[in-house]
Every structure is written in structure tokens, then in C-alpha cells.
Design a protein around this ligand. Structure first.
Ligand code: SF4
Length: 98
């Protein structure tokens, strides 16, 4: 959750299982990217991310805004780099369908 505190426009939103970024609020400053130990934050200019952008927009609209760093989940290390996370959490393989 180091990323949350460095965002100058407070565009992170938090669900039970992950953080998302509101694409229409993010100013693409890139400050948060090196703060993520799991390297989970990608610039939306990278290829093949449309589904993830849609997922972020969808949940940023309904999850609460978060502006202060909290404790990372106890099982964060287990999920870091694990495959099949999307299916396990959202029951979908296509991020846009989640
Ligand atoms: S890139 Fe976007 S989400 Fe990351 S710190 Fe900057 S404004 Fe916030």
C-alpha cells in the first residue's frame, strides 16, 4: 500500500482483495509505479491492458477511496506473482468481464 500515500490526486480505491486506480482521475505521473513491491502497477500505455483498465474503472466507481497507507494483507506474499489470481478472486479470466 505504499502506492496509496504517494498519489498526488488520491485516485486509489480499495476492495477486499485488491486496489484499483481510477483511470479517469490518474494523471499518469508514474510516482506510484516504483512504490509497488509486487510491480503490479502498469502504465496504461503498455499493450494489451484494455481489460485491466476496464476492471479498474469498474471497481473505482463502487469501491471506497483510500488515501492513507494501511497494512498489506497477511497473505500478500502468497499472492505475489501467483497465477490464476483473477479467476480465483473474480471468477473470470477476462478482466473486462469481471
Ligand atoms: S500514476 Fe496515477 S495512480 Fe500513480 S501516483 Fe500518479 S496519479 Fe496516482
Amino acid at each position: 500500500m505504499d502506492c496509496v500515500e504517494v498519489c498526488p490526486v488520491d485516485c486509489f480505491y480499495m476492495g477486499e482483495t485488491m486496489l484499483v486506480i481510477a483511470p479517469d482521475e490518474c494523471i499518469d505521473c508514474g510516482v506510484c509505479e516504483p512504490e509497488c513491491p509486487a510491480e503490479a502497477i502498469k502504465a496504461d500505455t503498455e499493450p494489451n491492458l484494455q481489460g485491466w483498465i476496464a476492471l479498474n474503472a469498474k471497481y473505482a466507481a463502487v469501491w471506497p477511496n483510500v488515501t492513507e497507507k494501511g497494512e498489506p494483507p497477511a497473505d500478500a506474499a502468497v499472492w505475489d506473482g501467483a497465477s490464476g489470481k483473477l479467476e480465483a478472486v473474480f471468477g473470470a479470466s477476462d478482466p473486462a468481464a469481471a
